[in-house]
Design a binder for this molecule. Structure first.
Ligand SMILES: *[C@@H]1O[C@H](CO)[C@@H](O)[C@H](O)[C@H]1NC(C)=O
Ligand SMILES: *[C@@H]1O[C@H](CO)[C@@H](O)[C@H](O)[C@H]1NC(C)=O
Ligand SMILES: *[C@@H]1O[C@H](CO)[C@@H](O)[C@H](O)[C@H]1NC(C)=O
Length: 942
């Protein structure tokens, strides 16, 4: 038994040496077999398949990776016959080499699915190729294809339909034998969308319902001639279609999902203790099998055949994948969030001696880098979201500075989508944000290309632009770390993915990586306060503040409520000056020079370094469902939020509140971390509608995101803004019933609703109260437009109708414009459900974005946020809306999308008069440093 407890032998890494050892052993065995006098073997009868057994045993020591001659390949195994060679001329190439610091100005030649040359390709060299496609990059940026290390593409397909939910098995806590490949739907609408964001490769993981959810598979996203799931696989393990694999072939890397913490514990109604025991039990089973194999092989390799008589090589198909983990042949991807769970996993790895390739999500990893490093084997990488956080308890201490802090601690940083949690099309945006919050440009780009490729064991062919690598290449319209960067072409396996890519021209400033602001204090505080740094900001009254070097200023114009650009300082001249006193701009609002103020020494001087002054933004949250900003702290925790209202169409409403329209103002929660972060990023007011499970939501309220509580001065800006209902195909009740209900309420023909409901709908019909309808489908929108005319014909009064969500609204842009109906819409649409299928994705797939299409028809559009934790990024959404609009939307108009338009649509009577000062450019280079509040007579310095 002692032998079984020995630590595993050091593995021989070099495949050539491995092969050599294998041959040596076989030769030795053959010699012994031939030369040994047979009389000596009487007690040791050599089985007829001894050479196979020995080969199998020696193969157990082989580590995965490409075959030794892989670099010499002349053609990719994924090459599609007929694909023409392509030369990309005059590109600025981020190769991913030299720690991500190498940039080559030149050409890339691709053929046979491979990168043939990087640098300068002259015409003489091209003579060797036929029918070469020449693509002029015009000096533009080129990167490797984006690699998404955490995706549920194909297994959690879009549009989400009950017939294609294959990301989780619910048959047990430990299921290493499951394979995501078995659920890999070839019809996910997201493949093409993700490619349009430059994503070429994804690691498709099973979900996190189990401690061990099963095996993951790396795929390339492009369509294949075969149209099969298997044809999408990148270097699948040989066991993918064979139980007994060739022992002479070097194994390929496998991938496996593990999950700890809330998800598996919740799904199996257990606790962390149950999950952790399930892990240990599973690993103990695998270890027992491995030890039996090792004991068997020790005898076989020593020629003790007598001891093995009647025994076969111990194998178990169900557990072989987990045995492979123990043999160091599987990249373990561990969904794991917080300290307690890292600790459990680190102990598990040391108990069973296996390594974890990456902790995924890992919102608390930055707080415990040393603990992460204690995992058995090489330190796990950390795969993260940039700012998506606080959606559950485990994620409540997440920090935007985590990528930088982890990198500073020497850990590998990966940004991932968890698609469709985040739309993997915008994975590069995660890298952009990580860079904005301090991760170096080289590491940020690496975090979505070369680093995940390496962590998945695929860095011999993807993730960098190197001769001999797969021809997965993205041409960008700007620097990939510039906000709104979009591919102008994507090559996967050397195949161009777009016939007629659309481009929205980008400003010259977008051709370099943004210079991020400094965050030294914020970064220190994130760690100092254990992930919960104080976010409350102090405002000062009676102070004169001189804002110098203002690069650009936007203000609201007069009462009419539009935004105007006051000035823009040319780079060549000194930035302008703006003077603030008692929360009011006392000089500079008309573009005056305010030269005297510069000389004052009794005042506070703030250098904006060319930054922007713009109006405070107003946010509108969730369209349907619940969890809008201001009504929830942690959406996964029922006890931290206002909660859902009763829906009169689908449930029995208790008599106490039957007939009452619920007011969000009654349930507002102040000083949520998401609201305070929104405030710190210039979103100073927000509108929340009550959480709804169905048809009738209630009355929205307008509140100040920076206020400490409802009774504070200016906290509740408006008690009632609009009336909110939701219409959806995704309901227990038919759409026609839902429309009938609205019709009845608007025309007053419904008997049931008493007092309050009746009164509110009467206000809508009178045009006094806007009616906001959460609706996605163009068909339902059309029915609503018809209903609007029907009601108006009856009453003679125009209704203030607003559509929210409205993903398919662009299909009726003209009709919506003519009907004078407003639209609240998300900046980046995604076809998550059937009724949101027909998105207008924008460049490079379509010329127009959904917002631009509506604006072009004079529809008043407001931006709607997707999730409370995303509200802080509204200023990025604004810039993005402008950048992808092909000039249809100016910066002024983009600012109106989150200020005057939202207020007009939602019936906000006062105005959000706050003014936001940003240091250091705008967008990804800027940092909000002051919020000027005329209504409070104060300025908040951040
Ligand atoms: C590359 O493109 C840039 C931008 O269009 C241009 O200025 C430059 O001359 C080009 N260089 C070559 C070598 O063609
Ligand atoms: C699966 O089987 C087919 C047909 O035998 C073979 O061509 C292919 O290479 C196999 N795939 C793997 C990954 O072994
Ligand atoms: C939008 O409004 C402008 C200005 O009022 C008008 O010239 C234009 O024709 C309108 N466009 C559409 C599509 O209605």
């Amino acid at each position: 038994m002692d032998k079984l407890l020995q630590p595993p032998r050091k593995r021989v890494k070099n495949p050539l040496i491995q092969l050599f050892l294998l041959l040596l052993a076989l030769t030795a065995y053959a010699l012994i077999y031939i030369l040994w006098p047979t009389s000596h073997l009487n007690s040791e009868i050599v089985p007829i398949n001894a050479h196979e057994i020995i080969a199998q045993c020696i193969a157990l020591q082989m580590t995965p990776g490409p075959p030794a001659n892989f670099n010499m390949r002349k053609q990719s195994d994924r090459f599609v016959a007929g694909t023409r060679p392509t030369v990309i001329r005059n590109a600025t190439i981020w190769t991913g080499r030299k720690d991500g610091e190498e940039i080559v100005h030149g050409d890339i030649l691709i053929d046979k699915g491979l990168i043939k040359k990087v640098g300068s390709v002259n015409d003489a060299e091209l003579k060797a190729y036929q029918h070469v496609v020449v693509l002029d990059a015009k000096g533009g940026w080129v990167s490797p294809g984006i690699v998404d290390m955490h995706s549920h593409l194909g297994v959690g397909s879009s549009p989400g339909l009950s017939g294609a939910r294959d990301s989780n098995s619910h048959k047990g806590l430990v299921l290493p034998w499951m394979r995501s490949l078995d659920g890999l739907n070839t019809h996910d609408a997201a493949y093409r969308l993700s490619i349009s964001g430059g994503v070429s490769t994804a690691n498709v993981l099973p979900g996190s319902a189990n401690a061990i959810g099963g095996q993951a598979f790396v795929i390339k996203l492009r369509p294949t001639k075969e149209r099969s799931s298997s044809a999408m696989l990148l270097e699948p393990p040989f066991s993918v279609n064979g139980t007994h694999v060739d022992p002479f072939e070097r194994p390929r890397w496998r991938q496996m999902k593990h999950a700890c913490g809330e998800n598996p514990s919740r799904v199996y109604a257990g606790t962390r203790m149950d999950t952790q025991w399930a892990f240990r039990q599973g690993y103990d089973t695998a270890r027992t099998i491995m030890h039996a194999q090792d004991a068997f092989c020790a005898d076989a390799l020593a020629g003790h055949w007598g001891a093995l008589k009647g025994h076969e090589f111990p194998e178990n198909l169900q557990w072989e994948a987990l045995v492979d983990v123990l043999r160091g042949r599987v990249k373990v991807h561990n969904h794991c969030y917080e300290g307690v769970d890292f600790d459990g996993m680190v102990r598990l790895t040391n108990e069973f001696k296996f390594s974890i390739a990456a902790f995924h999500h890992a919102h608390e990893a930055y707080l415990v880098p040393d603990l992460i490093k204690k995992a058995y084997g090489p330190p796990p990488a950390v795969a993260m979201f940039a700012t998506h956080a606080r959606y559950k308890r485990e994620a409540s201490r997440g920090s935007e500075f985590a990528p930088r802090i982890l990198a500073d601690n020497g850990l590998d940083v990966v940004m991932k989508s968890d698609h469709p949690v985040l739309n993997s099309r915008h994975l590069i945006y995660e890298a952009q944000q990580a860079h904005h919050f301090g991760l170096s440009a080289a590491l940020a780009l690496a975090s979505v290309t070369s680093t995940p490729a390496r962590i998945m064991g695929q860095d011999h062919r993807i993730g960098r632009i190197i001769e001999g690598f797969d021809a997965d290449i993205v041409l960008w319209d700007s620097h990939p770390l510039a906000l709104g960067a979009a591919p102008t072409q994507v090559f996967i396996d050397g195949i161009a993915q777009f016939d007629t890519p659309y481009v929205s021209p980008k400003p010259a400033s977008a051709q370099r990586a943004p210079t991020p602001p400094t965050w030294d204090k914020e970064m220190k505080d994130a760690v100092k306060y254990d992930g919960l740094p104080p976010l409350e900001a102090e405002s000062v009254k009676g102070k004169v503040v001189v804002l110098r070097n203002v690069g650009r200023m936007f203000l609201r114009a007069g009462r009419g409520g539009s935004v105007r650009e006051v000035f823009r300082t040319e780079k060549t001249t000194r930035g302008s000056v703006v003077v603030v006193e008692n929360g009011e701009i006392v000089c500079g609002a008309a573009g005056e020079t305010c030269a005297d103020a510069l000389k004052r020494t009794d005042v506070l001087h703030l250098d904006l370094e060319g930054g922007t002054i713009s109006p405070g933004m107003t946010s509108y949250g969730s369209a349907a469902g619940y969890g809008a900003l201001g009504l929830v702290h942690i959406s996964g925790e029922a006890s931290t939020q206002d909660g859902p209202v009763f829906d009169p169409l689908s449930m029995k409403v208790p008599g106490l509140v039957d007939g009452t329209v619920i007011k969000a103002a009654d349930g507002l929660l102040f000083a949520t971390r998401d609201a305070l972060l929104a405030y710190r990023n210039g979103v100073t007011a927000a509108i929340a509608s009550p959480g709804s499970l169905g048809f009738l939501s209630g009355l929205s309220a307008v509140f100040s995101t920076g206020a400490p509580h409802k009774l504070a001065n200016g906290a509740l800006i408006q008690e009632i803004a609009a009336l909110h209902v939701a219409l959806s195909l995704n309901s227990l009740i038919s759409v026609s019933t839902q429309i009938a209900a609205i019709r009845g309420l608007l025309l007053g023909t419904t008997d049931t609703p008493s007092g309050d409901v009746k009164r509110r709908f009467a206000d809508v019909v009178a045009g006094d109260l806007p009616l906001v309808v959460a609706v996605e489908s163009a068909d339902i929108i059309a029915s609503l437009l018809t209903l609007k005319s029907e009601v108006e014909a009856e009453t003679g009064n125009p209704i203030r109708l607003v559509l929210s969500g409205a993903t398919e609204a662009h299909l009726l842009a003209k009709e919506i414009g003519q009907a004078g109906v407003g639209v609240l819409i998300q900046q980046r649409p995604y076809p998550s459900t059937w009724e949101k299928q027909r998105i207008l994705p924008g460049p490079p797939l379509t010329q127009a974005s959904g917002i631009a299409a509506l604006v072009a028809h004079n529809v008043t559009v407001g931006l709607q946020s997707s999730d409370p934790s995303e509200v802080r990024n509204t200023r990025f959404d604004v810039a993005w809306a402008e950048l992808e609009s092909n000039g249809v939307i100016s910066r002024v108009q983009a600012l109106e999308l989150v200020s005057t338009n939202i207020e007009r649509l939602l019936g906000v009577k006062g105005r959000n008069t706050d003014i936001v000062a940003m240091r250091g450019g705008s967008d990804l280079e800027g940092k909000v440093v002051a919020i000027i509040s005329p209504s409070q007579g104060a300025i908040t310095l951040l």
